[in-house]
Design a protein around this ligand. Structure first.
Ligand code: CMC
Length: 392
């Protein structure tokens, strides 16, 4: 094992070559297939961003409408899939339902099991993109005890998801364009981020030639943790706790610096970004706009702004190059849109799905790709002899 070197948390080791997303952490740059994130968020749509990530180029008008139509045809869940929700406890976390149901899709679509058939690969991708919003909306409906709302194929991707989530039978549901546009933009900002924990997980599972549903389900599980996508939920819980404790930001920052009870400033810090996270900058502006347009002044936004201001002028955070990341302000927007805290990470998953899919395809199509299999440095005991049970 002389050649094996330890790289804690893969801080320096590139496991793959990839042509999908470029991140420059020193300068706060993020590009999908060469396009700056700022331009895509400002001018693009989520569905064309998904097409771009997966296919490498922005779609023409015809390609985009074909792609959208294809997705639209697969939004329904098999009635037997719906029964899964009856089996979950009412207080089940939506992320657990999401990964379980996505994993179960490979029992319904066994044609997905051969990842080397291009047609089946494409069909599984369309199914995933089409069904994840339905699966997510049903997880929400289960948690509030409301009946499921079927997808409506005349609506756009985000509109359809919002309606399935928030519409209730026997009441009108009006889509709010402010919410639709903001959610579309947030999904674009989350769509890919090269070899983050969940994407690397998708690649690692997929490298054994497991099918797309199995690989993506593993990615959803990886995303759930509070150091990754679960941070958006953790940020809101942190802000609420500070508010309930009297709104004293200084005391909280002191706790973080003293590492009391392992408290971290959630939504701060990033493995790669060491000057700023370009997504967080866009989202901070959006949080302000959306909250004021929806007329939902939020005391928690003031606490978040104060926390950011204090942290950015404090040596502890400056020395460690800790800045707000993508998750710091998103929860405030989701909350203003009416989502409960437990759904925040689900929204991240909806956004990240095209990135996971793009990486899965890139890996499967690469003739040089090998099974992912990290090495280790063994720290256990030396050889010793077996002792019979009666002699221990
Ligand atoms: N609050 C307080 N201290 C922190 C924080 C934080 N949020 N983040 C890092 N540090 C400290 C850390 O304790 C270490 O200090 P020291 O050198 O004295 O031991 C130093 O900064 C370097 O941190 P690290 O843990 O080595 O950094 P990492 O690259 O392993 O971890 C991270 C990156 C994002 C997991 C971490 O910054 C973190 O836990 N942040 C809070 C959770 C969070 O917001 N996650 C969302 C990440 S962004 C998008 C996503 O994936 O969802």
């Amino acid at each position: 094992t002389g050649l094996v070197t330890l790289d804690n948390g893969f801080g320096n080791t590139a496991a793959y070559k990839s042509a999908i997303t470029f991140v420059d952490g020193e300068n706060g740059i993020l590009r999908y297939r060469g396009y700056p994130i700022e331009q895509l968020a400002e001018q693009g749509s989520f569905i064309e961003t998904a097409y771009l990530l997966i296919n490498g180029e922005l779609p023409t008008a015809d390609q985009l409408s074909e792609f959208s139509n294809e997705i639209t045809q697969h939004t329904l869940l098999h009635e037997d899939v719906k029964r899964f929700y009856q089996g979950f406890p009412r207080d089940a976390h939506p992320m657990a339902m999401l990964s379980s149901v996505v994993s179960a899709l490979s029992t319904f679509y066994q044609d997905s099991h051969n990842p080397f058939d291009p047609e089946q690969r494409h069909l599984s991708t369309v199914r995933l993109l089409a069904k994840l919003p339905t699966i997510a909306a049903y997880a929400y409906k289960k948690s509030v005890g409301h009946p499921f709302v079927y997808p409506r194929n005349d609506l756009g991707y985000v509109e359809n998801f919002l309606r399935m989530t928030f519409a209730v039978p026997a009441a009108d549901y009006e889509l709010n364009p402010v919410v639709v546009n903001a959610l579309d933009k947030l999904l674009i900002l989350h769509a890919d981020h090269e070899q983050n924990c969940s994407t690397s997980t998708v690649r690692l599972v997929g490298s054994s030639q497991a099918n797309q549903f199995a690989s993506i389900s593993a990615g959803i599980s990886a995303l759930w943790g509070p150091l990754h996508g679960g941070a958006n939920q953790a940020v809101l819980e942190m802000l609420e706790k500070i508010k309930n404790d009297g709104g004293d930001v200084d005391t909280f920052i002191r706790k973080v610096k003293n590492r009391e009870d392992g408290v971290k400033l959630m939504g701060f810090g990033h493995r790669v970004y060491k000057s700023f996270d370009p997504r967080a900058q866009i989202i901070k502006g959006a949080a302000h706009d959306v909250l004021s347009q929806l007329g939902k002044a939020d005391e928690l936004l003031d606490i978040a702004l104060k926390l950011e201001e204090h942290a950015l002028s404090d040596d502890f955070f400056v020395e460690r190059k800790l800045y707000p990341n993508v998750d710091f302000y998103t929860g405030l927007i989701y909350r203003a849109m009416g989502f409960p805290t437990s759904m925040f990470t689900v929204l991240f998953a909806l956004g990240r799905l095209p990135g996971w899919i793009a990486h899965w395809h890139e890996m499967i199509k690469d003739p040089g790709s090998r099974i992912g299999r990290p090495r280790q440095i063994y720290t256990g005991t030396e050889i010793r002899d077996y002792v019979a049970l009666g002699d221990r």
